[in-house]
Design a protein around this ligand. Structure first.
Ligand code: SF4
Length: 367
């Protein structure tokens, strides 16, 4: 199955169809946005941009959960780690710079930071160390939020484990991107992983209201090419509907069990996205019934000590699809995956990091 989605013959056929349709539509600029680090990986790694007509741009929005985590949340996690808590979080998160350094630099200074692969690891650690007070720094989109929700509902959280909740929701960010007058978008490739949880029905009001085609796509190169083709087909027919091209994983209703757990365990709140600002109803906090696990209610956490984005870093523009990483003066010079200055250069899903490793514009045809 995977092989056919990577088959050069299939991809070449899609390329031909995309070029033919693009020529029929005309030479106008067509901007297609995606909001997923894994899609950006596929696009960069497989050199998809080099296969598209020059007038078709595929730009990356805020699809990296580590990148959008605000400076304030990172500073608060560092404060907790320096004030008697063991801070458990994902590996990428520990490297993200804030105005107070990163969690890793805090660890070098003696703070107890544990890298975990899931919330379940944090539970295990807290159970094995009842004398320690542990905080799980919970980040991620709709894909990671259900694990915490299900453990809360099943009452499997030990009393020495608390949660610093910084989870974000993707659809409100898509709407913010669509409301940017300076970057008009002609279509969206919606994230496959997130959609597996939310269902594709969640995008229908967005495509209707903003008159923009939204296609849910998987992560193989042919998936993305199919996505581009489907958007062009809709544009050619003056349609703007939500379409599911990832039916091998995504349904209209999504994962009902996960959605039910999330709606019980969390409250939807206005939330800050790094470099973008506050997006209404775009984040999760723990629901009132779980307030005893909410570290924000237990401790008076410090406010942010400064700006969200480091001086000279253009992550805000990168995450809003206004520029490519290569347009930042620090890209691959002062800022590299080994020495990241901004959040987009840190994790596997950061646009700058992906472009630094694979080249956002790698031209396969010249290879
Ligand atoms: S290259 Fe580095 S400094 Fe420039 S936008 Fe990306 S993360 Fe920020």
């Amino acid at each position: 199955m995977t092989k056919s989605f990577q088959d050069p013959t299939v991809i070449n056929e899609l390329k031909t169809k995309i070029h033919e349709l693009s020529a029929k539509i005309g030479d106008r600029k067509i901007r297609i946005c995606h909001v997923c680090g894994t899609h950006e990986y596929t696009i960069s790694h497989w050199g998809i941009r080099s296969l598209l007509p020059k007038n078709i741009e595929v730009i990356a929005g805020p699809g990296c959960p580590v990148c959008v985590c605000p400076n304030e949340d990172i500073e608060q996690s560092i404060w907790l780690a320096k004030n008697g808590y063991v801070l458990a979080t994902f590996g990428d998160m520990s490297r993200v710079p804030s105005n107070q350094g990163s969690l890793l630099t805090a660890r070098a200074g003696g703070a107890d930071i544990r890298v975990v692969y899931s919330f379940l690891d944090a539970i295990k650690f807290a159970n094995s160390n009842p004398q320690k007070r542990v905080v799980f720094f919970s980040i991620g989109f709709e894909t990671t939020a259900p694990t915490v929700a299900i453990e809360l509902l099943n009452q499997r959280i030990p009393t020495n484990l608390f949660i610093l909740c910084a989870n974000r929701l993707v659809p409100p960010a898509m709407e913010i991107l669509l409301e940017q007058p300076e970057i008009p978008l002609d279509g969206f490739i919606a994230p496959g992983h997130v959609s597996a949880i939310t269902g594709y029905g969640i995008y229908e009001s967005i495509s209707d209201q903003h008159h923009v085609p939204i296609v849910v796509a998987g992560f193989e190169p042919a998936d993305v090419m199919f996505g581009v083709l489907a958007i062009l087909q809709q544009l050619a027919q003056s349609r703007s509907k939500t379409e599911n091209l990832y039916s091998r994983v995504v349904t209209r209703e999504g994962n009902r069990k996960a959605l039910a757990a999330m709606s019980e365990a969390y409250s939807v709140v206005d939330a800050r996205w790094r470099g973008i600002g506050i997006i209404p109803k775009s984040g999760y906090d723990l629901a009132e019934q779980f307030s005893k696990f909410n570290i924000r209610l237990k401790e008076e956490l410090p406010m942010s000590s400064g700006e969200d984005i480091p001086k000279g870093c253009k992550c805000a523009e990168v995450m809003l699809g206004k520029i490519y990483p290569e347009d930042c003066g620090l890209f691959n010079k002062k800022c590299t995956p080994e020495n990241p200055i901004g959040p987009c250069m840190v994790g596997n899903e950061g646009t700058c990091s992906i472009h630094a490793k694979y080249g956002g514009y790698l031209d396969l045809e010249e290879d």
